[in-house]
Design a binder for this molecule. Structure first.
Ligand code: AMP
Length: 281
Protein backbone atom coordinates (compact mmCIF):
# COMPACT_ATOMS: atom_id res chain seq x y z
CA UNK A 1 0.00 0.00 0.00
CA UNK A 2 1.26 3.44 -0.96
CA UNK A 3 0.55 6.41 1.32
CA UNK A 4 0.06 9.70 -0.53
CA UNK A 5 -0.18 13.13 1.11
CA UNK A 6 -0.39 15.54 -1.85
CA UNK A 7 -3.54 15.78 -4.00
CA UNK A 8 -1.45 16.37 -7.16
CA UNK A 9 0.46 13.15 -6.56
CA UNK A 10 -2.75 11.19 -6.00
CA UNK A 11 -4.26 12.66 -9.17
CA UNK A 12 -1.19 11.50 -11.15
CA UNK A 13 -1.49 7.98 -9.68
CA UNK A 14 -5.17 7.67 -10.58
CA UNK A 15 -4.63 9.16 -14.05
CA UNK A 16 -2.02 6.47 -14.71
CA UNK A 17 -4.51 3.79 -13.61
CA UNK A 18 -7.14 5.22 -15.91
CA UNK A 19 -4.73 5.02 -18.85
CA UNK A 20 -4.28 1.32 -18.01
CA UNK A 21 -8.06 0.95 -18.18
CA UNK A 22 -8.58 -0.09 -14.55
CA UNK A 23 -11.46 1.08 -12.33
CA UNK A 24 -11.04 2.94 -9.03
CA UNK A 25 -13.14 2.95 -5.85
CA UNK A 26 -12.89 5.62 -3.17
CA UNK A 27 -13.77 5.15 0.51
CA UNK A 28 -13.69 8.53 2.31
CA UNK A 29 -13.16 8.31 6.09
CA UNK A 30 -12.02 10.36 9.06
CA UNK A 31 -9.85 7.48 10.32
CA UNK A 32 -9.87 5.69 13.68
CA UNK A 33 -11.05 2.77 11.63
CA UNK A 34 -13.37 0.03 12.89
CA UNK A 35 -15.25 -2.94 11.40
CA UNK A 36 -17.83 -0.58 9.80
CA UNK A 37 -15.10 1.10 7.75
CA UNK A 38 -13.59 -2.32 6.96
CA UNK A 39 -16.92 -3.44 5.52
CA UNK A 40 -16.86 -0.52 3.05
CA UNK A 41 -13.26 -1.25 2.11
CA UNK A 42 -13.94 -4.98 1.56
CA UNK A 43 -16.89 -4.13 -0.68
CA UNK A 44 -14.72 -1.64 -2.58
CA UNK A 45 -12.05 -4.32 -3.00
CA UNK A 46 -14.46 -6.68 -4.81
CA UNK A 47 -16.17 -3.89 -6.79
CA UNK A 48 -13.20 -2.12 -8.40
CA UNK A 49 -9.66 -2.87 -9.59
CA UNK A 50 -8.00 -0.24 -7.38
CA UNK A 51 -9.05 1.03 -3.95
CA UNK A 52 -8.21 4.45 -2.49
CA UNK A 53 -9.10 5.14 1.16
CA UNK A 54 -8.87 8.71 2.37
CA UNK A 55 -8.32 9.63 6.00
CA UNK A 56 -9.01 13.30 6.61
CA UNK A 57 -10.54 14.86 9.70
CA UNK A 58 -12.30 17.65 7.86
CA UNK A 59 -12.34 20.85 9.96
CA UNK A 60 -15.18 22.51 8.02
CA UNK A 61 -17.73 19.90 9.08
CA UNK A 62 -17.18 20.48 12.80
CA UNK A 63 -19.02 23.24 14.65
CA UNK A 64 -17.10 25.62 16.94
CA UNK A 65 -18.11 23.72 20.07
CA UNK A 66 -17.64 20.28 18.54
CA UNK A 67 -14.89 17.69 18.87
CA UNK A 68 -12.49 18.50 15.97
CA UNK A 69 -9.44 18.78 18.24
CA UNK A 70 -10.32 15.68 20.28
CA UNK A 71 -11.45 13.53 17.35
CA UNK A 72 -9.53 10.21 17.73
CA UNK A 73 -6.56 9.98 15.37
CA UNK A 74 -4.87 6.57 15.07
CA UNK A 75 -2.89 6.70 11.80
CA UNK A 76 -0.49 3.83 12.54
CA UNK A 77 -3.24 1.31 13.40
CA UNK A 78 -5.37 2.56 10.49
CA UNK A 79 -2.56 2.10 7.96
CA UNK A 80 -1.89 -1.41 9.28
CA UNK A 81 -5.57 -2.41 8.88
CA UNK A 82 -5.89 -0.88 5.39
CA UNK A 83 -2.72 -2.60 4.24
CA UNK A 84 -4.12 -5.95 5.48
CA UNK A 85 -7.36 -5.26 3.61
CA UNK A 86 -5.44 -4.88 0.34
CA UNK A 87 -5.94 -1.16 -0.17
CA UNK A 88 -3.80 0.28 -2.99
CA UNK A 89 -3.49 3.88 -1.82
CA UNK A 90 -4.04 5.56 1.53
CA UNK A 91 -4.63 9.28 0.94
CA UNK A 92 -3.84 11.33 4.06
CA UNK A 93 -3.73 15.01 3.11
CA UNK A 94 -2.99 17.83 5.52
CA UNK A 95 -5.66 20.49 6.05
CA UNK A 96 -3.59 22.98 3.98
CA UNK A 97 -3.49 20.48 1.08
CA UNK A 98 -7.28 20.38 0.89
CA UNK A 99 -8.05 24.02 1.77
CA UNK A 100 -5.87 26.79 0.37
CA UNK A 101 -5.84 30.13 2.20
CA UNK A 102 -7.76 31.59 -0.80
CA UNK A 103 -10.58 29.00 -0.68
CA UNK A 104 -13.83 30.78 -1.52
CA UNK A 105 -16.05 27.97 -2.80
CA UNK A 106 -18.49 25.90 -0.81
CA UNK A 107 -21.02 23.23 -1.77
CA UNK A 108 -24.43 23.47 -0.14
CA UNK A 109 -27.23 20.99 -0.78
CA UNK A 110 -30.27 22.99 0.26
CA UNK A 111 -33.27 21.55 2.13
CA UNK A 112 -31.75 18.08 2.60
CA UNK A 113 -28.95 19.64 4.69
CA UNK A 114 -31.18 21.77 6.85
CA UNK A 115 -33.44 19.34 8.72
CA UNK A 116 -32.73 16.39 11.05
CA UNK A 117 -29.02 16.54 11.98
CA UNK A 118 -28.64 19.75 9.94
CA UNK A 119 -30.89 21.57 12.37
CA UNK A 120 -28.66 20.65 15.32
CA UNK A 121 -25.32 20.93 13.48
CA UNK A 122 -25.57 24.10 11.36
CA UNK A 123 -22.99 24.10 8.55
CA UNK A 124 -22.06 20.45 9.11
CA UNK A 125 -23.41 19.08 5.83
CA UNK A 126 -22.03 22.02 3.85
CA UNK A 127 -18.60 21.01 5.16
CA UNK A 128 -19.29 17.38 4.22
CA UNK A 129 -20.58 18.24 0.73
CA UNK A 130 -17.59 20.50 0.08
CA UNK A 131 -14.92 18.00 1.14
CA UNK A 132 -16.60 15.08 -0.63
CA UNK A 133 -16.79 17.13 -3.85
CA UNK A 134 -13.09 17.96 -3.50
CA UNK A 135 -12.22 14.29 -2.91
CA UNK A 136 -14.27 13.27 -5.95
CA UNK A 137 -12.39 15.81 -8.06
CA UNK A 138 -8.96 14.76 -6.79
CA UNK A 139 -9.53 11.00 -7.11
CA UNK A 140 -12.11 10.93 -9.94
CA UNK A 141 -13.26 7.48 -8.80
CA UNK A 142 -15.67 5.28 -10.76
CA UNK A 143 -17.29 4.23 -7.49
CA UNK A 144 -17.49 5.74 -3.99
CA UNK A 145 -18.77 3.93 -0.92
CA UNK A 146 -20.56 5.43 2.08
CA UNK A 147 -22.22 3.93 5.15
CA UNK A 148 -25.98 3.94 5.69
CA UNK A 149 -25.18 4.71 9.32
CA UNK A 150 -24.90 8.33 8.16
CA UNK A 151 -28.17 8.09 6.27
CA UNK A 152 -28.74 11.80 5.77
CA UNK A 153 -25.14 12.26 4.61
CA UNK A 154 -25.62 9.48 2.04
CA UNK A 155 -28.82 11.13 0.75
CA UNK A 156 -27.02 14.49 0.45
CA UNK A 157 -24.12 12.94 -1.46
CA UNK A 158 -26.48 11.16 -3.87
CA UNK A 159 -28.24 14.50 -4.46
CA UNK A 160 -25.06 16.49 -5.08
CA UNK A 161 -23.68 13.85 -7.46
CA UNK A 162 -26.92 13.96 -9.46
CA UNK A 163 -27.22 17.77 -9.36
CA UNK A 164 -23.60 18.43 -10.39
CA UNK A 165 -23.38 15.58 -12.94
CA UNK A 166 -20.39 14.10 -11.11
CA UNK A 167 -19.54 10.88 -12.95
CA UNK A 168 -19.30 8.56 -9.95
CA UNK A 169 -21.49 5.68 -8.80
CA UNK A 170 -22.49 5.89 -5.13
CA UNK A 171 -22.87 2.70 -3.12
CA UNK A 172 -24.52 2.72 0.32
CA UNK A 173 -23.41 -0.01 2.74
CA UNK A 174 -25.59 -1.29 5.64
CA UNK A 175 -24.59 -0.36 9.18
CA UNK A 176 -22.15 -2.62 11.02
CA UNK A 177 -23.17 -3.10 14.65
CA UNK A 178 -21.70 -4.37 17.90
CA UNK A 179 -23.27 -7.60 19.23
CA UNK A 180 -25.65 -5.62 21.44
CA UNK A 181 -26.91 -3.57 18.48
CA UNK A 182 -24.91 -0.37 18.98
CA UNK A 183 -23.90 1.04 15.60
CA UNK A 184 -20.11 1.08 15.31
CA UNK A 185 -18.69 4.59 15.42
CA UNK A 186 -15.36 6.22 16.16
CA UNK A 187 -17.22 8.34 18.73
CA UNK A 188 -18.20 5.23 20.76
CA UNK A 189 -14.75 5.40 22.34
CA UNK A 190 -15.77 8.63 24.10
CA UNK A 191 -18.34 6.66 26.12
CA UNK A 192 -17.65 5.80 29.76
CA UNK A 193 -18.22 2.19 30.86
CA UNK A 194 -21.64 3.18 32.22
CA UNK A 195 -22.62 5.11 29.10
CA UNK A 196 -21.49 2.20 26.91
CA UNK A 197 -23.97 0.00 28.77
CA UNK A 198 -26.80 2.47 28.12
CA UNK A 199 -25.90 3.12 24.47
CA UNK A 200 -27.66 0.10 22.82
CA UNK A 201 -30.99 1.61 23.93
CA UNK A 202 -30.74 3.88 20.88
CA UNK A 203 -30.91 0.97 18.45
CA UNK A 204 -33.45 -0.81 20.67
CA UNK A 205 -35.75 2.22 20.58
CA UNK A 206 -35.53 2.43 16.78
CA UNK A 207 -36.32 -1.28 16.59
CA UNK A 208 -39.50 -0.79 18.62
CA UNK A 209 -40.67 1.98 16.29
CA UNK A 210 -39.77 -0.12 13.26
CA UNK A 211 -41.70 -3.13 14.60
CA UNK A 212 -44.78 -0.98 15.27
CA UNK A 213 -44.70 0.36 11.70
CA UNK A 214 -44.20 -3.14 10.30
CA UNK A 215 -47.21 -4.19 12.42
CA UNK A 216 -49.33 -1.71 10.47
CA UNK A 217 -49.39 1.31 12.79
CA UNK A 218 -49.24 4.66 10.96
CA UNK A 219 -49.45 7.06 13.92
CA UNK A 220 -45.94 8.36 13.25
CA UNK A 221 -46.16 11.36 15.58
CA UNK A 222 -47.12 9.09 18.51
CA UNK A 223 -44.20 6.74 17.79
CA UNK A 224 -41.76 9.64 17.55
CA UNK A 225 -42.81 11.08 20.89
CA UNK A 226 -42.88 7.75 22.72
CA UNK A 227 -39.41 6.98 21.32
CA UNK A 228 -38.17 10.36 22.62
CA UNK A 229 -39.56 9.48 26.06
CA UNK A 230 -37.97 6.02 25.95
CA UNK A 231 -34.58 7.54 25.10
CA UNK A 232 -34.88 10.02 27.99
CA UNK A 233 -35.75 7.18 30.37
CA UNK A 234 -32.62 5.34 29.16
CA UNK A 235 -30.39 8.28 30.08
CA UNK A 236 -30.13 10.01 26.68
CA UNK A 237 -30.73 13.64 25.87
CA UNK A 238 -32.31 13.20 22.44
CA UNK A 239 -32.02 15.75 19.62
CA UNK A 240 -34.72 14.10 17.53
CA UNK A 241 -36.46 10.89 16.51
CA UNK A 242 -38.06 11.15 13.10
CA UNK A 243 -39.87 8.82 10.71
CA UNK A 244 -39.25 9.80 7.09
CA UNK A 245 -39.60 8.58 3.52
CA UNK A 246 -36.32 6.73 2.89
CA UNK A 247 -36.08 8.03 -0.70
CA UNK A 248 -36.11 11.76 -0.02
CA UNK A 249 -36.14 12.17 3.80
CA UNK A 250 -39.45 14.03 3.56
CA UNK A 251 -42.35 13.16 5.90
CA UNK A 252 -44.01 9.92 4.77
CA UNK A 253 -46.88 10.03 2.27
CA UNK A 254 -49.26 7.38 0.92
CA UNK A 255 -46.80 6.92 -1.96
CA UNK A 256 -43.85 6.10 0.34
CA UNK A 257 -42.50 2.61 -0.34
CA UNK A 258 -39.82 2.56 2.31
CA UNK A 259 -39.53 4.54 5.52
CA UNK A 260 -36.53 5.23 7.71
CA UNK A 261 -36.56 5.90 11.43
CA UNK A 262 -33.71 8.25 12.29
CA UNK A 263 -32.47 9.45 15.66
CA UNK A 264 -29.72 11.51 17.22
CA UNK A 265 -29.22 11.58 20.96
CA UNK A 266 -26.53 12.54 23.43
CA UNK A 267 -25.08 10.50 26.27
CA UNK A 268 -23.13 13.06 28.27
CA UNK A 269 -21.02 14.94 25.70
CA UNK A 270 -21.16 12.16 23.10
CA UNK A 271 -23.68 12.55 20.30
CA UNK A 272 -24.77 9.24 18.75
CA UNK A 273 -26.83 8.77 15.59
CA UNK A 274 -28.58 5.71 14.22
CA UNK A 275 -31.35 4.76 11.81
CA UNK A 276 -33.34 1.78 10.61
CA UNK A 277 -34.97 1.34 7.24
CA UNK A 278 -38.52 0.01 7.27
CA UNK A 279 -39.90 -1.38 4.00
CA UNK A 280 -43.67 -1.01 3.83
CA UNK A 281 -46.12 -2.79 1.57
P1 AMP B 1 -16.35 8.41 9.31
O1 AMP B 1 -14.91 7.99 9.43
O2 AMP B 1 -17.12 8.30 10.58
O3 AMP B 1 -16.52 9.73 8.59
O4 AMP B 1 -17.02 7.32 8.36
C1 AMP B 1 -16.49 7.04 7.08
C2 AMP B 1 -17.49 6.20 6.32
O5 AMP B 1 -17.75 5.00 7.04
C3 AMP B 1 -18.85 6.92 6.16
O6 AMP B 1 -19.36 6.64 4.86
C4 AMP B 1 -19.68 6.27 7.23
O7 AMP B 1 -21.06 6.28 6.94
C5 AMP B 1 -19.13 4.86 7.23
N1 AMP B 1 -19.41 4.20 8.51
C6 AMP B 1 -19.16 4.68 9.75
N2 AMP B 1 -19.61 3.83 10.70
C7 AMP B 1 -20.17 2.79 10.02
C8 AMP B 1 -20.83 1.57 10.43
N3 AMP B 1 -21.00 1.27 11.72
N4 AMP B 1 -21.26 0.74 9.46
C9 AMP B 1 -21.11 1.04 8.15
N5 AMP B 1 -20.50 2.16 7.70
C10 AMP B 1 -20.04 3.02 8.62
Amino acid sequence: MQTIIRPTELRARVTAWRREGVSTALVPTMGNLHAGHAKLVKRARVSADRVVVSIFVNPTQFGVNEDFAQYPRTPVEDAQLLSELGVDVLFMPEVADMYSAQQATSVRVVKLSEHLCGEFRPGHFEGVATIVTKLFNVVQPDLALFGEKDFQQLAIIRRLVADLFIPVQILGIPTEREEDGLAMSSRNRYLSVEQRQLAPALHETLRHVSEAIKGGSRDFKAHESSALQALKRSGFVPDYVSIRDADNLEPPTDQSRELVVLAAARLGKTRLIDNLRVPIA
